[in-house]
Design a protein around this ligand. Structure first.
Ligand code: DLZ
Length: 206
């Protein structure tokens, strides 16, 4: 659980308060993750954290699709294309359509190899990246555009897109937020839970 879990009044600082107690439709949800490959030491645990939280909430592993793009700059396009691929050709292997390889390739069931995998469009997506400030202006430009881009893609497609981008001033901050080190908290877990909550609520509000 987050180190900043809700107090007895139900409030939390620097972290979400408790999510819904259960996710009744989780087993029917289909969720996509697109992650950048920069700062892989953090990306791996963040993706694992998100996948773990979704499975804990009841999402089936075969209904979680994980794809990668080079860096955070490419996340909005990657998420946008994955949404389209899921809508157009939901019954085939989305990985083939993306043509990208993931850090976690092989660790999750490919939709094409599992007969119980869902073939419907994605109910929610997560864009995962880690940006660490360097000595040039790259950090500022990429952070701003990647975050704005993910918001735009989600609103344009009317599909929940979770912001899974860490924008850190130091490597230590990035490691801490990836669950690495003493007292660290893996933000990927929060993103996974947020994806399930938003997927369910969006379906209900449709
Ligand atoms: C170029 C760049 C830099 C300097 N830093 C990061 C970073 O910290 N995290 C990240 O995800 N990507 C970084 N990139 C790569 C860009 O996001 C992008 O992949 C390239 O500029 C190619 O378009």
């Amino acid at each position: 659980s987050p180190p900043t879990a809700a107090n007895s009044s139900g409030f939390a600082f620097k972290g979400p308060s408790a999510p819904p107690a259960s996710f009744p439709t989780a087993s029917q949800l289909r969720i996509g993750i697109v992650h950048a490959r920069w700062n892989a030491e953090c990306i791996g645990p963040l993706v694992q954290g998100a996948v773990g939280a979704m499975k804990k909430a009841g999402v089936k592993e075969e209904n979680i699709v994980v794809e990668s793009v080079p860096g955070s700059w490419e996340l909005p396009m990657g998420v946008s294309r994955l949404i389209s691929a899921g809508q157009v050709q939901a019954s085939s292997n989305v990985s083939d359509l993306m043509g990208a390889s993931s850090l976690l390739e092989g660790s999750l069931d490919s939709p094409s190899t599992s007969s119980s995998a869902s073939s419907k469009p994605f109910d929610a997506l997560i864009g995962i990246g880690v940006l660490i400030k360097g000595s040039t202006m790259h950090f500022e430009y990429i952070s701003e555009c990647a975050c704005q881009g993910l918001m735009r893609v989600g609103l344009d497609a009317n599909v929940p897109v979770i912001l899974g981008i860490l924008t850190c001033l130091t490597e230590e901050q990035a490691l801490q937020r990836s669950g690495i080190g003493e007292g660290a908290h893996n933000h990927g877990e929060d993103w996974g839970t947020a994806a399930v909550e938003m997927a369910e609520k969006s379906n209900r509000w449709a």
